[in-house]
Design a protein around this ligand. Structure first.
Ligand code: GDD
Ligand code: MN
Length: 381
């Protein structure tokens, strides 16, 4: 159990969505091509939960006939069912869950997977624990007393799961101090504690998003045994793994600091053409180191621009034309030579440093200055 300042309450935003809370619980199930899991899922949910006071909301991004299967099965299910098929699946799994939270009318919103890795029988226990303990968030945990993750398909998946949980706990020490399974896809949240508008989901880790951005008041965990997948296969891919890293960086550093890290990495890669050209010009062609440093810098700046413009700022390019962005970047990127060349001379002629070492030192010094110019002057972010 964990107590943190309640962010939604601090902002006075509780209930900002005018919820017509008429039910005890809404079960939100994101689906992506899960047709063969639907009949068993619905049968077991109907056995576990009272039809009165419950609804199930499917948010579907499938490319197969899953929505049709759900609609057909809904006819035999006593619990009322809503299927929302998204044509524009923004945010992936997390985006689907948030969409389901918007549609939910229950006082409690339970999020679970469709593939029966989360046993439906645990849903009433999650809600009951939340009510009993006055919690805002109840997490189904594979890692607290009695919980297991035996259902993880392979040793490889286990390693990835353990590694990403550890990384996440290191990055968010305080917020996750007493959460054993922040990566869980099974949880119940008190609807009145949700600030849906404050969520920026990206991919699988919607629970982490919710804990970090919404700061629920009291969190409790209920152990459960993660089951093997019933039918079909996992939708998580390498791409999803990369998305998770991006999500972590956004949650931890926010957008600007995320760009700063990208800028640093690209800048770092620019050292290769810069030093290589400098070496070639000075050692092979016998050019004076000052002119060589200028030419090498021009090459590296062009290299950096190509990467920054096509990768890092690709969603922010609309404010200026390519030529305008490049010229500004090129002029500003080389402007630091005014500082770097005298510094270089000081280090080489004055202190007797090697040309490549001296070049490296001056590059590091100008790095910090250039990021701020890029962010604030060129892309106006
Ligand atoms: N709507 C929608 N859109 N649903 C999706 C998408 C998507 O892009 N991607 C996956 N889903 C649905 C799947 O259909 C399934 O119901 C659920 O989300 C989980 O997907 P899986 O592919 O089965 O994920 P997993 O088993 O690898 O990982 C799950 O369990 C882990 C441990 O609890 C996820 O819940 C992870 O977040 C969780 O860490
Ligand atoms: Mn699964």
């Amino acid at each position: 159990e964990l107590r943190l300042p309640h962010r939604a309450a601090m902002r006075g935003r509780i209930g900002e969505i005018a919820r017509d809370v008429t039910l005890r619980q809404t079960v939100v199930v994101p689906t992506f091509n899960e047709r063969d899991n639907i009949p068993t899922l619905l049968r077991r949910l109907a056995e576990a939960l009272p039809a009165d006071g419950t609804e199930i909301v499917f948010v579907d991004d499938s490319t197969d006939d899953t929505p049709d299967v759900i609609r057909a099965e809904a006819a035999n299910c006593p619990i009322p069912i809503t299927v929302y098929h998204r044509t524009d699946p923004v945010g992936g799994l997390g985006g689907a869950v948030v969409e389901g939270m918007r549609l939910a009318r229950g006082a409690w919103i339970v999020v679970m997977d469709a593939d029966l890795q989360h046993p439906p029988e645990i849903v009433p226990q999650l809600v009951a624990a939340g009510v009993r303990d006055g919690a805002d968030l109840v997490i189904g945990s594979r890692k607290s007393g009695g919980g297991t993750s035996d259902g993880l398909a392979s040793g490889y998946r286990r390693l990835i799961s353990g590694g990403s949980t550890l990384t996440t706990k290191v990055v968010f020490r305080t917020a996750l101090l007493r959460v054993s399974d922040p990566m869980s896809g099974l949880f119940a949240v008190r609807a009145s504690s949700l600030d849906v508008a404050g969520l920026r989901p990206l991919g699988y880790k919607i629970l982490l998003e919710l804990i970090i951005r919404n700061r629920p008041g009291r969190i409790v965990e209920i152990p459960y045994a993660f089951q093997p997948r019933h039918a079909g296969e996992s939708k998580s891919t390498l791409r999803e793994g990369l998305r998770f890293l991006k999500h972590l960086s956004l949650l931890r550093f926010g957008a600007q600091r995320g760009r700063m890290i990208g800028f640093g990495l690209i800048g770092l890669s620019g050292l290769i053409p810069n030093q290589l050209a400098l070496w070639l010009l000075v050692s092979v062609l016998g050019v004076h180191y000052a002119s060589a440093a200028v030419l090498a810098n021009m090459l590296a700046v062009t290299w950096n621009f190509a990467l920054i413009d096509s990768v890092l700022y690709r969603n922010h390019r609309h404010r200026r034309t390519l030529l305008s962005r490049f010229l500004r970047f090129f002029v500003l990127g080389n402007a630091d030579l005014i500082l770097r060349v005298p510094l270089l001379a000081l280090l080489v002629d004055g202190a007797g440093a090697g040309v490549l070492t001296a070049n490296l030192i001056t590059l590091v010094i100008s790095f910090a200055i250039r990021f701020l110019i890029l962010d604030r002057v060129i892309y106006l972010v």
